[in-house]
Ligand binder design. Structure first.
Ligand code: SF4
Length: 170
């Protein structure tokens, strides 16, 4: 297996109780189980990496330019979110991750949608601090809602790797 096929994953999707409310977002997927058994998953919680505790007050993005993220209690947590994004990128590089599977709608991990900043459950188009950092640096980000696309992507990489291997063996 090519080491490039490691996948960075939101720790909460693997059942780690790292969410703001100390719960998880475990997803039940045989593919994920197989990748985990193969040692391909690199779990990370960017908010913990940035120094926030569990449990913590939920946070939402108030503005993108400049980035401002606040907690429900009004605390500015932008520095922690940015630090978490930077450390997560370092981790992705350290393990040479080919892509990331991140929790949708999180102000850190969301790749296509986020909550709108009013703490009333409204969703809008947008992305979180860590998803942005990874995508800016060329690492494709999928959410658990796009698992089929991620599976297809990984299957393609695996088939390229095995055809490289066969060519080398000839
Ligand atoms: Fe899950 Fe990401 Fe939130 Fe951590 S920051 S709890 S990994 S969604």
């Amino acid at each position: 297996m090519n080491k490039k096929n490691k996948i960075l994953v939101s720790a909460c999707l693997l059942g780690n109780k790292v969410r703001y409310d100390a719960k998880d977002n475990l997803i039940d997927s045989s593919h994920l189980t197989r990748w985990q058994e193969q040692g391909r998953l690199v779990p990370v919680c960017p908010e913990l990496e940035g120094g926030l505790p569990t449990p913590r007050s939920p946070a939402e993005i108030q503005s993108k330019f400049p980035l401002r993220i606040t907690s429900f209690t009004g605390e500015d947590v932008t520095p922690e979110f940015l630090a978490g994004a930077e450390k997560t990128l370092e981790l992705a590089r350290q393990y040479d991750c080919c892509c990331a599977l991140l929790k949708s709608r999180s102000p850190s991990c969301g790749n296509l949608e986020v909550y709108d900043g009013n703490f009333n459950g409204t969703i809008k188009a947008g992305s979180g601090a860590t998803a942005d950092e990874l995508m800016r640096n060329g690492i494709p980000v999928y959410s658990e809602r796009q698992l089929d696309q991620l599976i297809e992507f990984i299957d393609q990489l695996d088939s390229y790797d095995s055809s490289d291997f066969q060519q080398e063996a000839i």
